[in-house]
Every structure is written in C-alpha cells, then in structure tokens.
Write a protein that binds this ligand. Structure first.
Ligand SMILES: Nc1ncnc2c1ncn2[C@@H]1O[C@H](COP(=O)(O)OP(=O)(O)OP(=O)(O)O)[C@@H](O)[C@H]1O
Length: 242
C-alpha cells in the first residue's frame, strides 16, 4: 500500500490526559478510512493533529512521505489536507459562493479570481447547491451549511479530505442525501478520513476502519471485521473492565 498519509507514534497530551496515544495508521490513495470509537476516544483530536489545528506532543505525520508534523495549519492545508469541522465554520459576512471561493484561494491549488470562482461554482453543483451562490450563509438550512463547508473543502482540490462527523445532526432524509454525497466523493476516488458515529454510514462508505478507545488504537480492519471485534464491542458498551 502506498500511503498518502501516515501516522507513527502520534501522541497528544493535555496536561496529564493522554488524548491520543501512540497512534499508527496509514491511509492509501483513493481509500475511505473510518476513524471510529466511543465519545471522547480521541478521534477529533487526531484530526486536529493531522490538520495542524493542535501541535503533536510526539510522533510523526507524513503526507506522501514528507513530514508535516508541527507545520502550521495553513501550510498543511496548502500541501493538500482539508477538513470540515464538527461545528460548521463559515464566514457569515460572505456569500455562499465567496465562502467556497475562499477554499479555492487558500487551498492546495491556490486559484484566484475567475478561476477560483469557476472551481467554486463546480463544487457548489457537486454538493447540490447550484444557483445558490448568491445567498447569504445565514439564509441556509443546517444541511446546506454543511454542503457549503464541503464545497469549500473540495474547492481547494485537496489530496486528503478529513470529515469530522459531517453527518451528525442530520434528519433521516438529510442523512440519506449526505451519505449519497460522500459516496459520490468516494466513487471519484478521493482519499478521505471519516470520523463518524453513524454505523450504517461507516459500513457503507468505509474501506477500512481504525477504532480508538481512550486515545489508543484497539482495532483496524474492514468495517465488518472491526464491528464484530469483541474489544470494539466492549469499548462501545463502556464495559472496559469486563
Ligand atoms: N483542547 C483540549 N483540552 C483538554 N482536553 C481536551 C481538549 N480537546 C479534547 N480533550 C480531551 O481529549 C479527549 C479526546 O477528545 P476528542 O474530542 O478527541 O474525542 P472524540 O473521540 O472526538 O469524541 P466525540 O466522539 O465525543 O467527538 C477527551 O477526554 C477530551 O475531553
């Protein structure tokens, strides 16, 4: 497997708490990797370490073999790792189109002006928001703000997409639309790390899963393999002492 992204011994401490403990995993080109685990197991922190939102305490992260550990977040974005956030982050004073153009301007490919606008329009179409670029982000429904955030990420033409609970908070109809959207990205051959609690989505979207509990990797394999693993089941049931 030629790794696009690799983590080796990646550890994050918050004071006395080891939130991420010696994580090792690789993500291959065109792979959808699910990073799963119970609440508080260190998934978002791991994404924050990969995207440079938080500094790593120890260990190494590489993008196509080049170290990115300790680089500032904007440099990591420039190199091609883009992410969504658990709480959608858009610029409220800017239109839908301008928010997506910001992704093109500050992303991996750095497009400007007309080119940035053209990429942004294409991505708005891809996420199902064609013709809504002029709207204020405050006018959008919740799922549409999520679509805008996804379009912004894609507009940067990233090599790796990090989705932090992108499906959280959607109603059942929206969830179907959201899963279809991520499946379309998967079918395009994008490389994705998906932090997610929705098990049906994990089963249908992920090639492989890494399971975390209390900051540590406890299992790795196909969704079917890891979800049948007794240690994973124990971790989800909160029965760590069993
Ligand atoms: N900035 C921070 N300062 C101190 N502790 C933190 C910080 N961020 C996260 N933690 C702690 O690190 C641990 C891992 O949290 P994290 O948010 O990464 O888990 P998670 O698996 O993403 O959880 P969830 O599924 O609930 O989002 C938790 O104990 C959390 O309280």
């Amino acid at each position: 497997m030629s790794a696009v992204l690799s983590l080796r011994g990646v550890t994050k401490r918050f004071g006395g708490l080891v939130a991420v403990n010696a994580m090792d995993f690789d993500v291959a080109e065109h792979e959808v990797l699910g990073l799963i685990g119970p609440n508080g197991s260190g998934k978002s922190t791991t994404l924050n370490l990969i995207s440079g939102a938080l500094p790593v305490t120890s260990g190494a992260i590489a993008l196509r073999g080049s170290p990115i550990t300790q680089l500032p977040a904007q440099d990591i974005a420039r190199r091609g790792i883009a992410r969504t956030f658990q709480l959608v982050r858009l610029l409220p004073s800017m239109s839908v189109l301008e928010n997506v153009m910001a992704g093109a301007v500050f992303g991996h490919r750095r497009r400007w002006g007309y080119e940035a606008e053209a990429v942004a329009q294409t991505m708005l179409e891809q996420v199902g928001l064609a013709g809504r670029g002029h709207m204020a982000v405050g006018q959008l429904t919740y799922i549409d703000t999520k679509r805008v955030e996804l379009a912004r990420v894609l507009a940067g033409e990233p090599r790796v997409v990090l989705l932090d609970e992108w499906l959280a908070g959607l109603n059942p109809t929206e969830l179907e639309e959201g899963v279809a959207l991520i499946r379309a990205l998967r079918d395009e051959g994008r490389t994705i790390i998906l932090v997610e609690h929705v098990m049906d989505a994990i089963r249908s979207l992920c090639d492989r899963c890494v399971v975390m509990a209390s900051g540590t990797k406890i299992a790795e394999g196909t969704p079917a393999e890891v979800l049948a693993d007794p240690e994973v089941i124990r971790a989800y049931l909160g029965d760590d002492d069993a």
